[in-house]
Design a protein around this ligand. Sequence first.
Ligand code: SPV
Ligand code: MG
Length: 333
Amino acid sequence: MSIENRITPLKRLSGLRECISRNGFARILEAHSGLSGLVVENARAEVNGRVIEYDGIWESSLTDSATKGLPDASIVGNDSRAHTIDEILNVTTKPIIVDGDTGGEASQFEYMVKNLERLGVSAIIIEDKVFPKRNSLDGSARQDLEDPVVFSQRIRAGKEVVINDDFMIIARLESLIAGAGLADALDRAEQYIHAGVDGIMIHSSDKRPDDILAFAEAYKPLCQRLGRRPVLVCVPTTYNTITDAQLVDCGFNIIIHANHLLRSAYKAMNQAAMAILESGRSLEVDPLCAPVAEIFVTVGADRINRKDRERADSRRLIESERNGAAAAPGQRR
Ligand code: SPV
Ligand code: MG
């Protein structure tokens, strides 16, 4: 029930670091709206006798853009993205990681970081591509890498305006996406760690996890040499035969399932739209649909009805007490 999901920005912000310190990793799922945020917030599964849930929410540029019917190509502006983030924050308590695209130029990034920290977002991930970027999973798109010196400057600018040590700036390496290879990714990781990042995300659109596992292996000695190990992040969308547990074993601390609520909703919506046309009625679509009553409970409409009844009862009681007092003037009550 959305109104019961209340948390201060400060407490939410610190939740991601706390989770990683406690468990060694955080399992994150994408949301693109208040309702999908509630799905992440409420999801529970019993696995090996233990109830598990998601540790946080990914506010994805791909799914935020697609929800608006737009491509993920730096088309949706920061204000619109901020509106979606606020929608999700309003009804959830879990930590949020925001997909900051390229972060813009250094001054724009400073304002982005300041605003997200103020709202209670836990982390922003920015990718080392040139603005305007194209989605990394689009094999037909140009993938132009940013100069690592320029990108490091952006990281430093963001770090300078952060006031809460728990807020994380995570650098996303696009070397494998752009075909620049593992050595380029490691070289960039080193530069971004020098610039002060709190995390490194290695991205890949390969069907196999080999490249990101090789990166994770090389990340260990790199961090040992640098004397600091920012958290390691991955997005196993294309190489999804590997499990979260295996990724954690290989050193990943944040695992982002980046678009699955949007994609599953889109598929179900298409099926429902077609089935109504084909059947000439909606009965056949019922198995695809959650009951309206379930939606009411999720968004808290049933609570409003309960409160309506309680408040009406309370008004009736006050009125009947008043009427009783008026009918017997002078009587002590
Ligand atoms: C997103 O979810 O918007 C991402 C991850 O940036 S990906 O789509 O894999 O590039
Ligand atoms: Mg994105």
